[in-house]
Design a protein around this ligand. Structure first.
Ligand SMILES: [Zn+2]
Length: 241
């Protein structure tokens, strides 16, 4: 049952469509009726297209993709997942096995690195963000979504690894996961300081884009799109911990 519907344009179908809100939590229930994507996926494509209009001709890598959009659209696209039982750098089902914190990928390999709702599941983002900067070419961008909690002033670590075992610092919380046992542990609740942490960890300045545009089917909470540009003008020396 629809709470409301509106006509618009879906940048993932690349067609006119109808967007329908099926529940009040628009973030996960404001669907394109053609492709069933959700607002944060369309928000990322909108920001990417604004910043890098020719992205289809560039080299893109995505960690842990949830939809096949970029695979279909970009000839120089590759993707990775972390499989516990596959050697890093080897492939399963078309995905290269990579741990974002220690990638086996050569430096300066990609123009664009995409992560969609991945960083709230990473145990050591302070290792993963510099790794992503390493594999980006100069001028490349890390474009990503991750929930930034509006009522949280400081980010909170929910879980960490202790000699390979998960140590829960808060009640375990999970999100759905297309691989493994179908769920993914939330390791961080990011708050108002998240942008500063990204800058600290990546050593490059980060911009946060927020769009509310029902014509594009973009409305709801947690729709922040973050972009870190590997540009010497953005380099923040000495801040990476
Ligand atoms: Zn669509």
């Amino acid at each position: 049952m629809a709470l409301f519907s509106n006509p618009g344009y879906c940048n993932i179908c690349m067609e006119d469509t109808t967007f329908t809100a099926e529940q009040t939590w628009l973030r996960d229930h404001y669907f394109c009726q053609r492709c069933r994507t959700i607002p944060r996926q369309r928000a990322l494509v909108e920001v990417l297209t604004t910043l890098r209009p020719a992205w289809r001709t560039l080299t893109i890598h995505e960690s842990s993709p949830s939809i096949g959009f970029f695979f279909k659209q970009c000839p120089a696209y590759s993707a990775s997942q972390f499989f516990e039982d596959v050697r890093p750098g080897e492939y399963r089902n078309g995905f290269r096995c990579e741990n974002l914190e220690h990638m086996t990928i050569a430096s300066e390999s990609f123009d664009i690195f995409i992560t969609q709702d991945v960083f709230e599941h990473v145990f050591n983002p302070e290792l993963a963000m510099p790794e992503i900067m390493r594999v980006l070419r100069p001028g490349g961008i890390h474009i990503f979504t991750a929930p930034k909690h509006k009522t949280l002033l400081k980010s909170v670590r929910r879980a960490r690894l202790n000699n390979g075992a998960v140590e829960h610092l808060l009640e375990p919380a999970y999100h759905g996961n297309p691989i493994g046992d179908g769920r993914s542990l939330v390791t961080f609740d990011y708050g108002a300081d998240f942008d500063d942490l990204i800058q600290l960890w990546s050593a490059y300045r980060t911009s946060n884009y927020m769009i509310r545009n029902r014509h594009l089917g973009i409305d709801g909470e947690f729709l922040d799109v973050f972009v870190t540009i590997k540009d010497t003008a953005n380099y923040v020396p000495g801040e990476n911990c």
